[in-house]
Write a protein that binds this ligand. Structure first.
Ligand code: GZL
Length: 333
């Protein structure tokens, strides 16, 4: 009898347990990985989210090398994804690089245009793809509605400064030659224009030829001038330091001495400073290539739909031989 009572008790307890046990919540399934909350569509981009296309025009000069380094170093510091290419001074290569960036769907295109004309079609394609474009360094002749802004130098002002320095160097007037930059580039067009606006009436420009902003092409241009105008040349306006280096090589080969021809150059690179220290160049108009920080700051603003200045001109000065030796060690390019 007693055995039966214990059995009934055990069975009852088992039934109760079974009921309570079933009522317990099943072991929780491993929590589903909740998808990370999607960033709200209107979340502000940060530099690390930014992809900027920089279809660099070439590597023709120390200025250009410094400009490329500025963009690359700034992008690296900020964590920006930079899509960089070198067009070897060919506009068709820049346009192809831009089209690849449009296909890629970059956030912003920063374009350093090799020449002023021929950009309307590809700028329209970028606009149709809702990709803002910043024109960097040289200018374009395209409709301003096709790009967001320009960051760079006032090339006409640089030319005007060069004309004023040439006037001081040749107060009694004289005859000069011009080694101009890449034909059709905003830098060459602007510098030539500004130079002629300020040049004194008693200074005659005997000739002007392009040296395409390179040392290798500047040297033969000056060689030809020295042959054609032997002994007539009092001064030279040279649109960048690299061409001035080539021109001085030609002058040395022709037996000229520092100061025989008064030279006004442009850029203010270390090479230009050395030419001033050695007495070959009498004034060097600054043109600043270190545009990386300004470009990236503007690119982020554009990517976030924020308003930006249409025109940002770099503040620049003129350097002279009497300060060149002291400043050379601190030059960044
Ligand atoms: C000017 C820049 C020019 C430099 C040259 O802003 O475009 O191109 O003066 C460079 O040295 O090659």
């Amino acid at each position: 009898m007693k055995f039966l009572k214990v059995l009934y008790l055990l069975v009852g307890l088992a039934i109760i347990f079974a009921i309570v046990g079933c009522g317990a919540a099943p072991a929780a399934a491993p929590a589903e990985e909740k998808p990370a909350a999607e960033a709200p569509a209107n979340a502000k981009k940060e530099y690390k989210d930014l992809t900027v296309c920089y279809p660099q025009l070439g590597a023709e000069s120390d200025w250009r090398t410094a400009n490329s380094a500025s963009l690359k170093e700034t992008a690296k510091e900020l964590g920006v994804n930079l899509v960089f290419s070198d067009a070897q001074q060919k506009q068709e290569n820049q346009i192809s690089a831009m089209r690849a960036c449009i296909q890629q769907g970059v956030d912003v295109i920063a374009l350093p245009p090799v020449v002023e004309d021929g950009w309307d079609a590809v700028l329209t394609e970028a606009k149709d793809a809702n990709i803002p474009v910043i024109i960097v360094d040289r200018s374009v002749s395209a409709d301003p509605s096709l790009y967001a802004a320009h960051i760079g130098s006032d090339m006409v002002l640089e030319g005007k400064k060069a004309g004023e320095e040439m006037n001081k160097l040749l107060p009694e007037g004289g005859k000069i030659v011009e080694l101009s930059g890449t034909t059709g580039s905003g830098a060459a067009v602007g510098r030539a224009k500004g130079f002629r606006e300020t040049l004194a009436k008693n200074i005659e420009i005997l000739d002007s030829q392009t040296g395409n902003f390179t040392t290798a092409e500047g040297k033969p241009v000056m060689e030809a001038f020295l042959k054609k105008y032997a002994g007539e040349i009092d001064g030279a306006f040279i649109h960048n330091d690299n061409m001035a280096i080539g021109a001085v090589e030609a002058m040395k080969a022709a037996g000229l001495k520092p100061g025989d021809i008064k030279i006004v150059s442009v850029d203010g690179t270390r090479g230009g400073f050395q030419l001033m220290i050695d007495g070959w160049v009498q004034a060097d108009v600054e043109c600043n290539p270190l545009l990386g920080p300004q470009v990236m700051e503007m690119a982020l603003a554009l990517a976030n739909g924020e308003p930006v200045e249409r025109e940002t001109l770099t503040k620049e000065t003129v350097y002279f031989p009497d300060q060149a030796a002291e400043l050379l060690p601190s030059r960044q390019y």
